[in-house]
Design a protein around this ligand. Structure first.
Ligand code: ADP
Ligand code: MG
Length: 295
């Protein structure tokens, strides 16, 4: 059984459908996708292409206009504690210290999934995950006392500590500087390599090198459709050097770069965020993609 399955899923935002005179343009059109257990899937594409919408449908925050979303064999009807989410904007509770933020996630999962852990056990789990993301020293700090990268570490600790089989990431490192981003990419890669029970990940990004570093498989989403779907058959652990030195890695980067050029960002898409030109977009993917363009 697949961890996640989308059957002919289309989605149009309600307010767009209602807008007088304006033609309703679906955010997703007839998307079918099966994600096996344990797969690390990266979803990549232009801004406004439908990546976040796809993730919202899997999370149960939105429901398909037509088609079905199935998680572990059951149709998704609402957000569930079998699917943790990490958003770009960290979304920690500002009134809770780091440890309490992580513990809250664990307690929610414990209550709903009836795991029956004691308070102490859950507090210990929270500390263990904070340690894992290098935030042991910050456990008593409030989010406002932490940098963006540190908050995102806590958010990742919270999502992983819930120990869900599926973790959804929506451009989690998009707002971070290069150095922090690379550190967190390495962290996620290591955590996935270390998790024995094979968690499934759907990781949205528009960063080509990030996708190549993390993914078992990449789907490219453009204008609400999956326009490419392929395996990233590279050895692990993967390093920044691999991106530039490995011929296969460069080939994959080239292919992803080409996909950005082939598909045009939809004019006006992305909710007021200007659709970026392909050239700008490619530069956001560091290393491999840029180097490939120059060579
Ligand atoms: P991506 O995450 O790839 O940037 P999104 O899934 O956010 O793309 O957006 C897909 C399309 O849906 C875009 O045209 C966007 O403008 C539109 N859209 C996204 N969120 C909303 C919303 N809440 N209401 C109306 N339209 C939206
Ligand atoms: Mg998005």
């Amino acid at each position: 059984m697949d961890a996640i399955r989308l059957d002919h899923v289309s989605f149009t935002y309600e307010d767009l459908r209602r807008a007088k005179g304006a033609p309703a343009r679906p955010a997703l059109t007839d998307v079918s996708l099966a994600v096996p257990h344990g797969q690390f899937l990266c979803v990549i594409g232009h801004s406004g292409g439908g990546k976040s919408t796809l993730l919202r449908l899997i999370s149960g925050l939105s429901h398909p206009t037509s088609g079905r979303v199935i998680v572990n064999g059951a149709p998704v009807t609402e957000p569930g504690l079998d699917r943790a989410i990490v958003f770009q904007d960290y979304s920690l509770f500002p009134w809770m210290r780091a440890r309490a933020n992580v513990a809250f996630g664990i307690e929610q999962a414990d209550r709903v999934l009836k795991r029956g852990q004691s308070k102490q056990e859950m507090a210990r789990t929270a500390e263990r995950y904070l340690e894992l993301v290098g935030m042991a020293d910050a456990k008593d700090k409030y989010p406002y006392q932490l940098s963006g990268g540190m908050q995102q570490r806590v958010a990742i600790a919270r999502a992983l500590a819930m120990d869900t089989q599926i973790v959804l990431f929506d451009e989690p490192f998009g707002a971070l500087d290069v150095k922090t981003r690379r550190a967190l990419q390495a962290l996620v890669a290591t955590l996935w390599a270390d998790s024995q029970n094979g968690k499934t990940a759907v990781f949205v990004t528009h960063d080509i090198s990030e996708a190549i570093l993390l993914a078992d498989r990449v789907v490219f989403v453009a204008d609400g459709r999956i326009t490419a779907d392929f395996m990233v058959d590279l050895p692990r652990p993967r390093t920044q050097e691999l991106l530039t030195e490995n011929a296969r890695a460069r080939q994959i980067a080239e292919r992803l770069t080409a996909l950005f050029y082939e598909s045009e960002p939809v004019p006006g898409a992305g909710e007021g965020v200007p659709a970026e030109a392909p050239a700008e977009r490619v530069q956001q993917g560091e290393g491999a993609s840029r180097l490939w363009l120059e060579s």
